[in-house]
Design a protein around this ligand. Structure first.
Ligand code: 6PG
Length: 264
């Protein structure tokens, strides 16, 4: 019998409040990791939803930029589009423009996925970067302190798309994945690596995500069709930060907009 997964979700009244909750969640998790391990190695997602949070983390008029122990942070990506870092589609470019250009992170603390390379080569170099920077031995996977995920309206997360080859990768840390629906290549962490992290959270906003969230969390298990169902952290806890629109079809949340779901 697979272990039970406790899904803790927090519902913010709107997207702006969600971005503030996410900024708080990031800094809390990083501070905890620095106290426990002297540093924090985190992996972030791209797409549009995290942008507002990254901007808050970089904003000198907000409390989080001051609180974040930037000198103890090692930044990685969950996935990348196979485009150059200057491309408008690049997750690295998005993060650089809204955050990295405005915060004191040294180049050595930023572990970018090289989307400009041939996908297989880019994935292999990212795996080597993970193995080197985490000082891994043998088949040992990296243990991120925090992984931030998004969810697509099709139920994908990271670049783990429905019915794609990467869903079946259990050994490698990062792979190139061809996405039929976009006729494009992506480079992504594999789900066993994500599930090995100390803390994993989804950041999901908007009414266009409400139906898929319901199916992923409350519907029958079908990870081929709903790859977000593969995310079940080894510590048995999965956190979701949502706005009211995205949480529309979930059981009503209680005090402070908090709710829980137990899943096998
Ligand atoms: C990417 C992401 C991807 C993203 C979802 C949600 O590179 O696109 O990492 O997994 O999180 O597609 O994207 P939105 O936040 O734009 O809805």
């Amino acid at each position: 019998m697979p272990p039970k997964l406790k899904i803790v979700y927090s519902v913010a009244p709107d997207a702006a409040a969600l971005a503030r909750r996410a900024a708080e969640y990031f800094v809390d998790a990083v501070e905890r990791s620095v106290v426990a391990r002297g540093r924090a190695r985190i992996a972030i997602s791209g797409g549009s939803t995290p942008k507002a949070t990254f901007a808050l983390l970089a904003d000198p008029d907000q409390p989080w930029r001051q609180r974040m122990p930037w000198d103890r942070l090692e930044l990685y990506w969950v996935d990348e589009r196979c485009v150059p870092p200057s491309d408008p589609d690049s997750n690295y470019r998005m993060t650089r423009e809204v955050m990295l250009d405005h915060v004191p992170l040294a180049p050595g603390q930023i572990h970018r996925i090289e989307g400009e390379l041939e996908p297989g080569v880019g994935a292999a170099r990212y795996e080597a970067e993970l193995r080197g920077s985490f000082h891994l031995e043998g088949a040992e996977p990296p243990r991120f302190d925090l992984v931030q995920l998004g969810m697509g309206p099709d139920g994908h997360t990271a670049s783990l798309f429905p019915h794609s080859a990467a869903l079946h990768e259990l050994r490698r840390l990062a792979v190139a994945n061809h996405v039929e629906a976009k006729d494009a290549w992506r480079i992504t962490l594999t789900w066993p690596v994500i599930n090995h992290a100390a803390d994993v959270f989804f950041l999901v906003a908007g009414e266009d995500k409400a139906q898929i969230l319901k199916e992923v969390l409350l519907g029958p298990r079908d990870a081929e069709r709903l790859p977000s169902q593969l995310i079940a952290p080894a510590n048995g806890i999965l956190t979701l930060l949502l706005d009211k629109a995205a949480a529309e079809f979930l059981p009503a949340s209680g005090e402070g907009g908090m709710g829980t779901i137990e899943r096998i």
